[in-house]
Write a protein of this length. Structure first.
Lengths: 121, 363
């Protein structure tokens, strides 16, 4: 399993032809207290770069873009009642969606952890 | 764009680890520990806010000349009292909302106006009162607010007599030779004080207040969520020159005597609109799910009926709250409508304000 990152602060954990997507701890920290997450419906397909979800913090609304193309096979329903999971565990329990990848080669265009760490520092 | 300004407490904000943001030309603290934690701390204990970006002024001379521009009855404003009032244009549009008080005995009036409007307000007041009175802008003083249920106990440690003040009273107090202009008021719905301090002493006084464990520094983020839950308008959003006090539901800020005399700016137009009822007026709303933000469209049965002017998450309420201007027929408590969020209609309903009960100290 490998974890990749986008410049828009999403992480993508790849397992076979599925990928779990969330926002990074850095992004969650920047957003502040998350109060609502709007997730897509299971079955919906996105092209890389499409608006996929919205995170509402006390301050403002922020879009989350699909880091790679694919079909939503699961969403994290826990966030409906406990949006603060995004702050508490951005790279764990605070995941957003699982995508069935339509083009695995897109992963090559994403950053590895070292590159992402350099990106935010 | 001119250089960004700093308040006398700027270094203290940095030292306290604030995340800073530009606001009304000043580099201001957005948050320290996080908006939610700061909001809750203010409601449960006490929070200290830097509001030095706001405009302070001292007016002396013919008060009738100043009174013509606003909606208060200055002859009824006694020494030691403060009033919330409106600065109107000749059409009755709201140029600003402000606090006017008499903390200096017979020596004129102390005025506090909004940051973004202070230059225009003071230029307007000075030109309209020229020859009759003297408006002196106070630029060498900081302004802080101490708000929350523990505010009186905490400030009472420093200025014992302040604990005896009641809501909307004001006075001048000495703190080891430093002159403080204090009023018992604020912008959170909680009990508390607003305190004007000479700039050179501001950090020392703020530190003295913060030394009390009950008090934490609070940024502009929580200031906004606190005032929104308290149903208090934010100038430039919930009211501006295109809105009258009738539409903004601020008629209570026009003194009865001024309504009778019809001598405030735009009085004929405002009182006519009050009698005829306005086309739209300001209401509060609640909803579930994502909070509606400023600019979102309010719809009912597919028709546009209004616009959101302030909206966000209310930490004390535990859900989204906001204010909107809606067509009068829908401006009734519990009326249900939808608000368009990213193209989707989300249910919301008219809800009486304040969303969180005011806890002012009235003695």
């Amino acid at each position: 399993m490998s974890v990749k990152f986008t410049k828009d602060h999403e992480w993508v954990r790849v397992d076979g032809d599925e990928a779990t997507v969330g926002i990074t701890a850095y992004a969650a920290e920047q957003l502040g207290d998350v109060v609502f997450v709007e997730l897509p419906d299971v079955g919906k397909s996105f092209e890389s770069g499409d608006e996929m979800a919205v995170v509402e913090s006390v301050k403002a609304a922020s879009e989350v873009y699909a880091p790679v193309s694919g079909e939503v096979v699961a969403v994290n329903d826990v966030l409906e009642g406990e949006p603060q999971k995004v702050n508490e565990s951005a790279d764990g329990d605070g995941w957003f969606v699982k995508l069935k990848l339509s083009d695995k080669s897109q992963l090559d265009g994403l950053m590895d952890e070292a590159a992402y760490t350099a990106h935010i520092s | 764009m001119a250089d960004i300004l700093q308040t006398p407490l700027h270094d203290l904000h940095i030292e306290l680890g604030a995340k800073m943001t530009p606001f009304a030309g000043y580099d201001m603290p957005l948050q320290y520990d996080g908006i939610m934690a700061e909001h809750n701390h203010t409601r449960q204990s006490a929070g200290l806010f830097d509001v030095s970006h706001m405009g302070q002024a001292h007016y002396t001379g013919d008060e009738a000349a100043l009174e013509k521009l606003i909606t208060a009855d200055l002859s009824a404003l006694k020494p030691g009292e403060q009033k919330y009032t409106l600065l109107l244009n000749d059409e009755g549009g709201i140029r600003d909302d402000l606090m006017i008080s008499r903390p200096f005995g017979d020596d004129g009036l102390f005025i506090v106006v909004n940051a973004a409007t202070k230059a225009a307000d003071f230029a307007h007041m000075a030109s309209k009162t020229a020859g009759a009175g003297n408006l002196r802008m106070i630029e060498d003083r900081a302004l802080i607010a101490l708000q929350g249920p523990a505010a009186a106990a905490a400030f009472g440690q420093i200025i014992p007599a302040a604990a005896d003040m009641i809501f909307m009273q004001c006075g001048v107090f000495d703190l080891d030779g430093v002159e403080l202009y204090v009023s018992r008021s604020g912008y959170t719905g909680e009990d508390g004080y607003e305190i004007s301090i000479p700039a050179s002493d501001a950090a020392a006084v703020a530190r003295k207040i913060l030394a009390d464990d009950r008090v934490k520094p609070i940024g502009l983020g929580a200031r906004d969520s606190l005032r929104l839950e308290a149903g208090l308008c934010l100038y430039g959003h919930d009211m501006d020159e295109s809105r009258t006090p009738v539409e903004a539901t601020l008629m209570w800020a026009i003194a009865k005597s001024r309504r009778e005399r019809l001598d405030f700016p735009g009085a004929a137009k405002v009182m006519q609109q009050f009698a005829d009822k306005p086309a739209r007026k300001r209401i509060g709303f609640t909803m579930s799910g994502a909070p509606a933000r400023e600019g979102a469209e309010v719809v009912k049965d597919g028709q546009s009926i209004g616009v959101v002017t302030s909206g966000g998450f209310g930490p004390t309420i535990g859900g989204p709250v906001g204010m909107a201007y809606v067509d009068l027929e829908h401006a009734i408590a519990d009326t249900e409508f939808e608000i368009l969020l990213r193209g989707k209609a989300r249910p919301a309903k008219v809800t009486k304000m304040p969303f969180v009960e005011h806890r002012f100290y009235r003695g």
